[in-house]
Design a protein around this ligand. Structure first.
Ligand SMILES: Cc1cc2nc3c(=O)[nH]c(=O)nc-3n(C[C@H](O)[C@H](O)[C@H](O)COP(=O)(O)O)c2cc1C
Length: 382
């Protein structure tokens, strides 16, 4: 059974798009249920200051949870000024800032209705573009543009009187059911995309102020560490790394050096490898031991074999840095320095070190943080 949720881009009571959206459950193929997503009508305008001081509004997490729990999402939206309605864009912006960003790997379909002749064609392409950034899997075809919608719906009953439109909508739902089915069942439930390529990914979605998730993991030095064993008096860095990724290989010696500096100043530091070692044998525990010795890592190098810790943190790539203050609240989600697969220029700022010092001194996150870039975490697919 595919459980799909629908999101209407219009807030007005008599919305044609809502009329279309409310028809979807009747048109869904066998094996697909469609329910309306929690409303975004009461979301405040996105403002990082709200996020950083009060956290995410309950409505935002409710919508994100519904998206995560769904096998797919269908948008029914009007076009405003050739693009997305502000309320819908605001809702997408809010949920996109959550860790474990809910659209990642999520099948998405789009329908639009407009009294104009194009039926909202342009909003669909702008919405697709936002979904690309959020790593959603957007169905390409068939597209559904309901043009001249005022002549196709009965305004009083909401009934769709145009049989051709009904056929298009039905065909898209059938295609969407197959599209959802194409993903491995485990990923369908978890809402995760199959990432097998060594592609560059940026870490950037951060719930600043959130608490470090606890863990207990074996380390390459033969011991086991819980979060409290790692935590430092001034703050703590948890880095997600691996052995094989070219981004990690390029930074590992600078990372070890900066970690030495931080450890000497009273910060805690640990690195975690969560990659699927079956698909990437270079990231096996035995190879982690070799890697830790070869680079003389001054911090515990921990093995997250079932990937639950990476998921709890919302880690996306290697390397991915989580900097916590002395109270264990997330304050930094930036990069080590400006180097990527090549060394940074001489004298490049030690961004992670500087950020942790600033957090310890002032208790606040540096305003400007550049997300780390690296290979995607290699999630298990079976
Ligand atoms: C601010 C605003 C901008 C609009 N811009 C467009 C547009 O670019 N293209 C279009 O086809 N219709 C546009 N419209 C008309 C809407 O398609 C029309 O109001 C539609 O009924 C809104 O969808 P709804 O019925 O689901 O609320 C615009 C309407 C508003 C209020």
């Amino acid at each position: 059974m595919a459980h799909v949720i629908s999101i209407c881009g219009s807030l007005r009571a008599g919305s044609y798009n809502r009329m279309a959206m409310r028809l979807l459950p009747q048109l869904a193929p066998p094996g697909m249920s469609i329910a309306e997503a929690p409303s975004f009508a009461a979301f405040p305008l996105y403002n990082a200051d709200i996020q950083n001081t009060s956290g995410f509004p309950a409505g935002v997490t409710a919508l994100a949870d519904a998206i995560r729990a769904a096998d797919g999402v269908i948008f029914c939206t009007p076009e405003y000024n050739f693009s997305l309605p502000g309320g819908l864009k605001n809702a997408i912006d809010w949920v996109s800032r959550l860790p474990n960003q809910p659209f990642a790997g999520k099948p998405v379909a789009i329908q639009s209705a407009s009294p104009g002749p194009l039926g909202g064609a342009r909003v669909q392409y702008d919405l697709r573009r936002a979904m690309v950034f959020l790593d959603a899997l957007t169905l390409n075809k068939p597209e559904v543009f309901i043009g001249a919608c005022a002549s196709k719906f009965d305004e009083k009953t909401g009934e769709l009187t145009d049989t051709t439109t009904r056929t298009f909508m039905t065909q898209q739902l059938e295609a969407f059911a197959k599209f959802i089915d194409r993903r491995p069942p485990r990923l369908r439930r978890a809402g995760r995309t199959r990432r097998r390529l060594d592609m560059a990914t940026t870490a950037g979605d951060s719930a600043f102020g959130s608490t470090a998730p606890p863990f207990a993991l074996p380390a390459t030095n033969g011991r086991s560490y819980a979060l409290q064993d790692i935590a430092g008096a001034k703050g703590t860095v948890i880095a997600f790394i691996c052995n094989h990724c070219p981004y990690v290989k390029a930074v590992i010696d600078r990372l070890a050096q900066d970690a030495r500096v931080l450890l000497a100043e009273g910060f805690g530091f640990a690195a975690i490898c969560s990659n699927d070692a079956v698909a990437y044998p270079e990231d096996s525990f035995a190879n982690m031991r070799r890697f830790a010795e070869a680079h003389r890592l001054p911090f515990p190098y921990l093995h997250d074999a079932d990937q639950s810790v990476a998921r709890a943190y919302g880690a996306l790539c290697t390397p991915d840095f989580f900097g916590y203050d002395a109270q264990g609240k997330l304050r930094y989600r930036g990069r080590l320095d400006e180097g990527r697969t090549a060394a940074p220029p001489a004298g490049a700022r030690r961004e992670l070190v500087e950020a942790m010092r600033a957090i310890a001194a002032a208790g606040v996150a540096p305003a400007q943080q550049f997300p780390s870039v690296g290979c995607s975490i290699k999630w298990k697919v079976a």
